[in-house]
Ligand binder design. Structure first.
Ligand SMILES: NC(=O)c1ccc[n+]([C@@H]2O[C@H](COP(=O)([O-])OP(=O)(O)OC[C@H]3O[C@@H](n4cnc5c(N)ncnc54)[C@H](OP(=O)(O)O)[C@@H]3O)[C@@H](O)[C@H]2O)c1
Length: 328
């Protein structure tokens, strides 16, 4: 099969190469999926799991990409819950070969059915950003309706999902990002925007929840904005700061079939818009994953022609809403 591999950690995405690899065999409780579309998070090549297995042994050449939408072609020994021919989407194991390939072996429990009216390109854009947002807000952040959330990187892949879920749940959302991100963050539902290049972050005032995708100094200063009993949730490694009277949580997203179902249900009924920027074929993936311009959304690699589709981008923007901010 055709696959993108990496062998050189120092080379980053520039070190990706398109090669021929053996097709994977399904292990116990696995399925093999014919990948139609694949999602990739640019920081993946800095994660230890891209380079070593669970015992710390070198596993290169490894195939990156951990989000997929495709069709089940084989079941492993003992696998239940999915069938050959079924459309699926989900998140693959960090320590195993990933989805920038024509086929991938993945535990069935990490996948959910992909409804027939959601195209593969959209399906591949949802697992990491959708599940990260869901778990950060509702499991780790214990968000309550009426609370306020400071969403860093609000126009990015995770941030646009966080904003939309938080708004649907009845929270007040202050997005942050670069100056150029303001309108996009507002279009995805942020009610205020802090331009981190020109505004004072501290002017955002007190919030109940900070959702951090940036880290460093921004995270440290954000901890001081968390109200008593609130939470700083980070997805960029161990937190460097803790709210004076609140919690700091960092986590790595896990696959969850029921939550994948919640995410895709919202896409189908128009409550959730995806944030897809560039779509490229597997043959063009190395160039697409090394963009010369700033990314405008998630890059999706279209492994098979049937992955094509742009139904997500035809959804109308939700616009910025005017609800009052609670407890400022
Ligand atoms: N732990 C987990 O389970 C988990 C899951 C998903 C993602 N993540 C991590 O979360 C981070 C975000 O992922 P993503 O997919 O949402 O990335 P993304 O689509 O690139 O979004 C990040 C956004 O934040 C902006 N940003 C970053 N640094 C900034 C700064 N100093 N000032 C203003 N804006 C800034 C980015 O702008 P620029 O593009 O201009 O920098 C971009 O708009 C990544 O580090 C990723 O590895 C972790």
């Amino acid at each position: 099969m055709k696959a993108i591999v990496v062998t050189d950690e120092a080379a980053g995405t520039a070190g990706m190469t398109l090669v021929e690899r053996p097709e994977p065999e399904p292990a116990i409780n696995d399925v093999v999926v014919e990948v139609h579309a694949s999602g990739f998070v640019p920081t993946e090549l800095t994660w230890p799991s891209t380079w070593t297995d669970r015992l710390g042994r070198d596993r290169t050449p490894s195939i990156p990409g951990h989000e997929l939408a495709g069709v089940v072609t084989a079941l492993g020994y003992g696998t239940t819950g999915l069938s050959v021919g079924q459309r699926v989407f989900g998140l693959t194991d960090w320590h195993r070969d990933g989805t920038l390939a024509e086929y991938v072996a993945v535990e069935a429990r990490n996948l959910a059915p992909l409804p027939g009216d959601v195209d593969f390109t959209v399906g591949a854009s949802l697992p990491i950003s959708g599940l990260t947002a869901w778990q950060g807000l509702f499991e780790h952040g214990r968000l309550q309706a009426g609370q306020s959330v400071l969403v860093h990187g609000a126009s990015g892949a995770v941030g646009t999902m966080v904003t939309q879920f938080a708004r649907e749940f009845g929270a007040y959302v202050i997005g942050t990002g670069r100056a150029a991100d303001r309108q996009k963050a507002l279009d995805f539902g942020a009610q205020e925007f802090v331009d981190l290049e020109n505004d004072a972050l501290e002017d955002a005032g007190g919030v109940d929840l900070v959702f951090d995708v940036i880290g460093g100094d921004i995270q440290q200063r954000s901890a001081g904005l968390v109200r008593a009993g609130g939470t700083l949730v980070s997805v960029v490694g161990p937190t460097e700061a803790r709210p004076a009277d609140g919690l700091a949580v960092d986590f790595v997203v896990e696959s969850d079939r029921a939550q994948l179902g919640e995410v895709v249900r919202r896409v189908r009924d128009g409550r959730l818009r995806t944030n897809i920027g560039n779509v490229a074929t597997l043959d063009d993936a190395v160039a697409a994953l090394n963009p010369t311009e700033r990314r405008k959304g998630k890059t999706i690699i279209h492994v098979r022609p049937s992955g094509l589709g742009d139904s997500d981008r035809s959804c109308p923007p939700r616009g910025s809403a005017s609800a009052a901010r609670p407890g400022r």
